[in-house]
Design a protein around this ligand. Structure first.
Ligand code: UN1
Length: 513
């Protein structure tokens, strides 16, 4: 109730039921079948949600397009000013926004606040960017001609996000989209609709007061597969940016590709760390525990595979197990807790299944994996992070299980380690711990890690927003957030201007009439 008041969420709530969509700043309620929304912390009711029917989604898309026609002509630095004001508001509401993440996604307070910080950071980045959306001037082969390129707003961006980063991933997309001149229609995870409503409340207040910003710049539709499909199908949505499972990404890519639209995909990871014989094991240990057990193993950048030089595995493994023994697991709202719950029961079942499969395939669970029921809120699915010894990339290891399971394998030569590192279908994040320059350089070289993120002496998770974020192979190839990811949200035009009185043709073609 306090959060509802602090974030102004009352307008999106009728009785127990949350709005199915927010269109032009107005909550839309639907009387379709209501589904319960529960906190992963203790299964407490967070109310109910109703999926937006197709007609509502259609309306959200249409209204967003109308916003595009206006917003695209607002000068980019002025669009940046809107994002600057959003950033101010997020700073003021950081604690409350983080509390919604904790309640709905089960993140510990520090990580939830870290996620809101990512939103603040990308606001700052986007504000600066709003004065730097520049193209090139290119020399022409023709006399008295000039060539240049410009980047123009693209159109409505459909954003599909997962439960595990229920605010930041939308923010990476939306803050860039807004400065690039694009409205956003967002389908949040059905497991985290409250985060979307909380965001909308903050953003809509800023938009409503901002001279020249159409109210329909930021639209939300609550829904599941069908809603995602609708975004993917709509010709009024030139870019669909989707974060989630490989299965979802393949479906989105096929649909968007079928109409030759653009998709930006950030899908599963299967992130590995190579620990060489010269690694600083103290540093490696800290990086491993945060990356593998943090967020209860539910980041797409979570460390899932540890590839250890055989001469150091007996020093390293007991230290990881020791650190795991004392990891405080429990209510993520309590200070001092480092590992919160899994998102829901199916997630727990998948974790148990992966451990069973690992054993059946010859792996050995050397630590953890069991459900924790003592000292944690009843009804939540808390598990002790697991360490599983495996011989190479077993079938179960090649599959991303969204839970804290760390598969440990050993290697003799760096060639072998690189083959293991790259030998999975996914390619998001990776790391090497070494004090040898040659090994580090090789890891980040063209013949090294095949991932979108390749780190040296830091873990696989917790990337800053300034870099491009995403990965290769089944991770989907998209890049969000920093660097030049903004180019995904704009269309490039090449302009050739003739300032002479002749009409020379390119390639020296003569065509005299
Ligand atoms: C995700 O899990 O979908 O690098 C995103 C990280 C975070 C983002 C993770 N900055 O772990």
């Amino acid at each position: 109730t306090q959060l509802i008041a602090a974030l102004g969420l009352g307008k999106y709530l009728q009785g127990e039921q949350w709005a199915s969509a927010i269109i032009n700043g107005e909550a839309v309620f639907d009387n379709g079948p209501a589904k319960p929304l529960r906190s992963p912390i203790d299964h407490a009711s967070l109310g109910q949600y109703v999926n937006a029917p197709a007609a509502i989604t259609e309306q959200a898309i249409k209204e967003a397009h109308a916003a595009f026609l206006k917003w695209r002509t607002v000068p980019a630095p002025r669009r940046g000013e809107l994002v600057r004001l959003i950033g101010e508001k997020v700073r003021a509401k950081k604690k409350e926004l983080a509390q919604v993440i904790t309640l709905e996604a089960g993140k510990i307070v520090a990580e939830a606040e870290g996620e809101v910080q990512e939103w603040i950071d990308i606001c700052d980045f986007a504000v600066g960017l709003s004065r730097q959306l520049h193209g090139l001037t290119i020399v022409s082969e023709r006399p008295e001609h000039r060539m240049m390129e410009q980047w123009h707003p693209l159109g409505t961006v459909g954003v599909i996000t997962a439960f595990n980063f229920p605010q930041a991933v939308w923010a990476w997309n939306a803050m860039l989209a807004f400065v690039c001149g694009d409205p956003v229609v967002w389908k949040p995870s059905e497991k985290a609709p409250l985060c979307a409503l909380a965001i909308q409340s903050v953003v809509d207040e800023v938009i409503a007061e901002f001279d020249g910003a159409p109210r329909s710049l930021s639209q939300i539709v609550i829904g599941e597969v069908e809603t995602g499909k609708q975004l993917a199908e709509s010709p009024l949505v030139p870019l669909v940016s989707a974060t989630g499972s490989v299965r979802m990404g393949k479906a989105v890519a096929a649909t968007v590709g079928g109409r030759l639209g653009r998709s930006l995909l950030e899908l599963g990871g299967n992130n590995a760390m190579i620990v060489t014989e010269t690694a600083n094991l103290e540093l490696a240990l800290r990086a491993i525990v945060f990356a593998a057990a943090g967020t209860a193993g539910q980041r797409c950048t979570t460390l899932r595979r540890l590839i250890v030089q055989e001469s150091v595995v007996d020093q390293l493994l007991p230290r990881i197990a020791k650190a795991y023994e004392t990891l405080p697991i429990g209510d993520p709202r309590e200070s001092g807790k480092l590992v919160g719950p899994l998102i829901d029961e199916p997630s727990f079942r998948a974790q148990q299944q992966a451990l069973a499969d690992a054993k059946a395939q010859g792996g050995e669970v050397v630590f953890g994996g069991e459900r924790v029921t003592a000292g944690v809120p009843a009804n939540g699915f808390y598990v002790r992070p697991a360490i599983v010894r495996v011989n190479g990339n077993l079938p179960v290891v090649c599959h991303e299980t969204f839970a804290p399971i760390l598969y440990v394998m050993t290697y003799k030569t760096l060639d072998e380690a690189m083959a293991l590192q790259n030998g999975v279908p996914q390619g998001l994040s990776s790391a090497i711990f070494t004090d040898r320059m040659q090994e580090a350089e090789r890891f980040v070289s063209p013949a090294g890690s095949d991932c979108g993120i390749a780190n040296v002496n830091i873990g696989t998770s917790g990337a800053e927003i300034g870099g491009a974020f995403g990965g290769e192979k089944e991770t989907g190839g998209g890049r969000e957030s920093g660097s030049d990811s903004w180019k995904n949200y704009m269309r490039r035009t090449t302009n050739t201007v003739n300032y002479g009185n002749a009409l020379p043709l390119a390639q020296g073609i003569k065509f005299d009439v």
